[in-house]
Design a protein around this ligand. Structure first.
Ligand code: MF3
Ligand code: CO
Ligand code: CO
Length: 270
């Protein structure tokens, strides 16, 4: 049984050893490869349940474990969040329609390390406003990652994301956040996607966490449906999300969940 190494900061954030990065690279690469491979299957008429079945199979084929199957009673290897679903959409029998936008979120466990990533896909041809939302959300995540370096704070990350999203007249979801991870799925800290510069814990080399902003075209408020999972925008406006798992290095951040095929950002067929 392997156990955690390294130490905890005063805020309870684990500082990982240099050798721990290797484990995160493998887990992150598998999650990202699965998100690359699912892209060809995201077409109008496809069901989200079938997409999840493929992902379930690919996780097993890789000899890995799904982190979400059995997590707090969740029964699927992915969350698939379509249009105004903000996150935690449950795969099912509903068919994708032309112009739908969707987030697919996969977390795998490889040799005890967790790789957690999500990105946006389009079925057919999205509207211009949906494209804009996806582009802004993607770029907001990247602004957050640019702020992720030793000496900066978690508030600096949240501020970078919030400033960019709101400058583009979109809103940041407050009800869900990123999280520390490593040999566990969800660990301190809560990684907020909004905030004040200089607030929050100071980033240190060896911290592993996700950044996963959810950005809405309308208002930021969400509600969870009666299935106890599906979170939607209260005003039914479109929502988008991108997620990377990263590790803080001596001078920045390593992204563990980079797309092997450079497919993290979707292309828009016209
Ligand atoms: N992968 C999600 C995250 O980014 C968590 C999904 S938990 C589930 O943290 F149970 F809904 F799958
Ligand atoms: Co996550
Ligand atoms: Co995730």
């Amino acid at each position: 049984m392997q156990t955690n190494t390294g130490r905890l900061t005063k805020d309870g954030i684990r500082i990982h050893d240099p050798s721990d990065f290797a484990g995160m690279r493998v887990a992150g690469a598998l999650a990202a490869q699965i998100l690359d491979d699912i892209a060809a299957h995201v077409v109008p008429g496809q069901t989200t349940g079938e997409l999840d079945r493929l992902i379930t199979q690919w996780v097993a084929d890789a000899g890995a474990t799904s982190a979400t199957i059995g997590y707090k009673g969740y029964q699927h290897a992915s969350c698939i969040s379509v249009n105004h679903v903000v996150c935690h959409g449950i795969p099912g029998d509903k068919k994708l329609k032309d112009g739908d936008i969707l987030n697919i979120d996969v977390t795998v466990i490889v040799d005890g390390w967790f790789g957690d990533t999500s990105r946006m896909y389009v079925a057919g041809t999205p509207s211009r406003k949906a494209e804009r939302l996806i582009d802004v959300t993607h770029d907001a995540l990247m602004k957050g990652i640019e702020a992720a370096k030793p000496g900066n704070t978690f508030g600096d990350i949240g501020h970078a994301i919030q400033l960019f999203a709101e400058s583009n007249r979109m809103s940041v979801v407050r009800d869900f956040c990123g999280h520390g991870l490593g040999r566990v799925f969800h660990a301190p800290p809560n990684v907020l996607h909004y905030g004040r510069p200089g607030s929050g814990s100071v980033l240190e080399e060896g911290m592993f966490f996700t950044i996963e902003p959810m950005i809405n075209l309308g208002r930021p408020e969400t509600k969870v449906l009666a299935d106890d999972w599906t979170a939607v925008t209260r005003d039914k406006s479109l929502s988008a999300q991108f997620e990377h798992s990263i590790g803080i290095t001596s001078d920045g951040a390593e992204i563990f969940t980079l797309s092997p095929g450079n497919m993290f950002h979707p292309t828009y067929p016209r």
